[in-house]
Design a protein around this ligand. Structure first.
Ligand SMILES: C[S@@+](CC[C@H](N)C(=O)[O-])C[C@H]1O[C@@H](n2cnc3c(N)ncnc32)[C@H](O)[C@@H]1O
Length: 231
């Protein structure tokens, strides 16, 4: 199963990359970016959430907390909560950030969480889920923990129409395969219509941001992804 393979990949990566010297975003696979570039990418997206400054924010698949750290550096009074299925990353987030962090798999039927949040985000995580069925279940849980007027941000989603191009790029890059050839970890690709239909049924609005139009090509396959804001 895809998610099991990726769980192993991220465990190995967390073991190799979590050190005092590494910036948080480099620990979770964005080592091709300087922290200035990372902030630029993240701030581009979070500006679309029109954060006022005292909201509660939950991140699904928060890793070492790099995304939440960028948000918190801009909005010092927000309350951050995050979970990830890799305990090494959660240990780092607990050490480096002021917030609530716990180990949880996004695909679990129910999350070990009672609260509701103003904003729920998930940056660069949906590609590791097993199926569209599971992705729908994750979104159902997001909405269960979202306040009535809350907003959702799902970032860095592989675009189904570029599946062949992206696979070719990844095949040439051989990044994960070299480290763990037996894992054969691939990504889940999403038609935009999958989200558009889901959000319409919830009576919410969706803003889709194609990466090739909004971010300088800091990394080569960025153009095969999109992000979305649901409000
Ligand atoms: C590319 S990193 C992004 C980390 C974080 N969202 C950020 O942008 O700073 C992907 C993260 O998703 C986590 N992840 C993958 N599948 C998951 C799942 N089913 N449940 C929880 N976390 C998951 C990985 O462990 C990893 O930390």
């Amino acid at each position: 199963m895809r998610s099991k393979s990726w769980k192993k990949v991220w465990f190995i990566k967390s073991f190799l990359e979590c050190s005092e010297k590494q910036p948080l975003h480099a620990m979770v696979g964005f080592d091709m970016l300087t922290r200035k570039q990372w902030d630029k990418v993240i701030y581009f997206f979070i500006d679309k959430l029109e954060i006022k400054g005292r909201e509660s924010v939950l991140e699904i698949g928060c890793g070492s907390g790099a995304f939440l750290d960028a948000v918190k550096r801009r909005y010092k009074k927000i309350e951050i909560t995050g979970f990830d299925n890799c305990s090494n990353y959660i240990d780092v987030a607990k050490q480096k950030l002021i917030g609530r962090f716990f180990v949880q798999d996004a695909s679990d039927n129910e999350w070990d969480l009672d609260d509701t949040f103003d904003i729920i985000t998930s940056f660069s995580v949906f590609q590791y889920l097993d199926s569209l069925y599971i992705a729908t279940q994750v979104m159902e849980n997001m909405f269960k923990h979202l306040k009535k007027e809350g907003k959702v941000f799902i970032g860095d989603i592989p675009n189904k129409i570029f599946e062949d191009d992206d696979k070719e790029y990844r095949r040439k890059e051989k990044k994960y395969l070299l480290r763990s050839p037996e894992l054969n970890a691939d990504h889940l690709y999403y038609d935009k219509d999958f989200f558009i239909t889901y959000v319409r049924d919830k009576g919410k609005r969706i803003l889709i941001l194609d990466h090739e139009n909004v971010i300088n090509p800091i990394f080569p396959n960025i153009k095969y992804r999109y992000s979305l804001v649901i409000s």
